[in-house]
Design a protein around this ligand. Structure first.
Ligand code: EPU
Length: 422
């Protein structure tokens, strides 16, 4: 298994570009099931989750290949198979994004419930509620969602759950409603930039969607959809992670492909913590000459502070002056990184869905273990500020969501290397 060694204590400086957004690309790839004709996607990162989605789509009759220029070409060549098997679904929760398109196009479906997840409970009840409201007859049998029905019918629905809106749930209902008969209204739809990007793709394919980016989406079903070309938005979470790494090390980092409109919760939080943040076009620059100050952070659905940056923010705050409270309102158990940060000398007390971070700690490098994608990124940030060497094992979690992260960090002056664990 690959591991990573980070030698801390260097100020990061320079300019890097964020890759395309994994969480935008995954549902957009699933939309290929809906298309009559080929899709060409640009700016799709080369990551494990993208390859897993390609495998899943291949099992569902979609031909997926990367051309020499790096574009992803997808074309549905057979509509006979409609089983999303457990062996693929257990490795990637985003596989659930095939459910909506399959229900819309294949009528009879068998989709495995996704596997367990280190960040806590991740039910799909809202996905099922929404699809059932559109008329799909779906049951859970032996770990699979099975059923289908006739052509879906547009309907009004409220898609909010105990933790707010659902990102992949909204994606699934959207992809089913675009081909339903009549009008669908989704209230409490997710407004995340990744959902907006999916809407843009569906509109290019011929869908009728109003309210893009708002919590009320109005979809008028159409008879068919074509293929399209699209360039996936840059990854706001990767960009945010790089900006936090810059701020945490007292550095001066400029990230291209960091869209202000997608990242203002982070930008304002960094400013409140004392960093200077500027933005021009799709570029954000962070400078943190002095030690950061403590700030309280609460994760919320977009445009709130993203849960996918909570762990990296916490790692940054371990070195800030004062006491910060980090509250997690999307995944209340998403605190696996706390124990590992504590091993590096952080003082963090967990209280329910919050963590009280006593800052001004000089972290010291230690052997630590990655538990999920964003927790791994937090350990990298912690390793960059710590004294000495941090060895992170199970780095495959990081590879699921960060393309060429060592190269990018090295370009900014980090000392970081990958090695094979014996
Ligand atoms: N929820 C329900 N019922 C549902 C669906 C969700 O109660 O049917 C709850 C969840 O348990 C959670 C909240 O609603 O408490 C929000 O979950 P959401 O459905 O929005 O999460 P997701 O769609 O499964 C996506 C991202 C996650 C990101 C979350 C929140 C993808 C592929 N995944 O997950 O990304 O954390 O939205 O923004 O888009 C990551 O990239 O590391 C990652 C975990």
């Amino acid at each position: 298994m690959d591991a990573m060694e980070v030698t801390g204590g260097r100020r990061l400086e320079g300019r890097v570009r964020a890759s395309g957004a994994k969480n935008a690309a995954l549902p957009i790839m699933a939309a290929s099931i809906l298309a009559d004709g080929p899709m060409r996607l640009r700016n799709v990162p080369d990551l494990m989750d993208i390859r897993t989605m390609a495998r899943l789509l291949a099992a569902l009759g979609v031909k997926v290949e990367r051309d020499a220029g790096g574009d992803l070409l997808l074309e549905c060549t057979s509509r006979r198979k409609s089983e999303a098997p457990y062996r693929i679904m257990r490795t990637m929760r985003a596989g659930i994004c095939v459910l909506g398109p399959l229900v819309a196009r294949r009528r009879k479906v068998k989709v495995s419930l996704p596997g367990g997840c280190a960040i806590g409970d991740r039910p799909v009840d809202l996905h099922l509620k929404g699809l059932r409201t559109l008329g799909a007859k779906l049951e859970i049998e032996h770990g699979y969602i099975v059923g289908g029905g006739r052509r879906l019918r547009g309907a009004e629905m409220y898609l909010g759950g105990p933790f707010g809106s659902t990102v992949t749930g909204t994606a699934n209902i959207l992809m089913a409603a675009v081909l339903a008969r009549g009008v669908t209204v989704i209230d409490c739809a997710a407004c995340e930039p990744e959902v907006q990007d999916l809407c843009r793709v569906l509109i290019k394919m011929g869908a009728q969607i109003q309210g893009v980016g708002s919590p009320r989406l109005v979809i008028e079903g159409v008879e068919g959809l074509t293929g399209c070309e699209h360039s996936v938005i840059p990854d706001r979470i990767e960009a945010g992670t790089l900006l936090l790494a810059g701020a945490a090390t007292g550095g001066d980092v400029t990230v291209e492909g960091a869209r202000w409109n997608d990242l203002f919760a982070l930008v304002h939080t960094l400013r409140e913590a004392g960093a200077a943040v500027e933005h021009f076009d799709d570029t954000i620059r962070v400078r943190a000459r002095r030690r950061l100050k403590s700030v309280d952070v609460t994760t919320l659905p977009f445009p709130g502070f993203p849960t996918d940056l909570q762990a990296q923010m916490m790692a940054t705050l371990t070195a800030a002056d004062g006491i910060s409270v980090v509250t997690e309102k999307i995944f209340p158990d998403r605190f696996m990184h706390v124990a590992e940060l504590t091993r590096m000398g952080a003082r963090i007390r967990k209280e329910g869905n919050a963590a009280v971070v006593h800052g001004a700690r000089r972290l010291s490098g230690a052997p630590v273990m990655a538990s999920d994608l964003r927790a791994s990124a937090a350990l990298v940030v912690a390793g960059l500020v710590a004294q000495g060497k941090t060895n992170i094992t199970r780095i495959y979690h990081l590879d699921r969501g960060y393309e060429k992260i060592e190269q990018k960090l090295r370009r900014l002056g980090a000392k970081i290397r990958r090695y094979r664990e014996s």
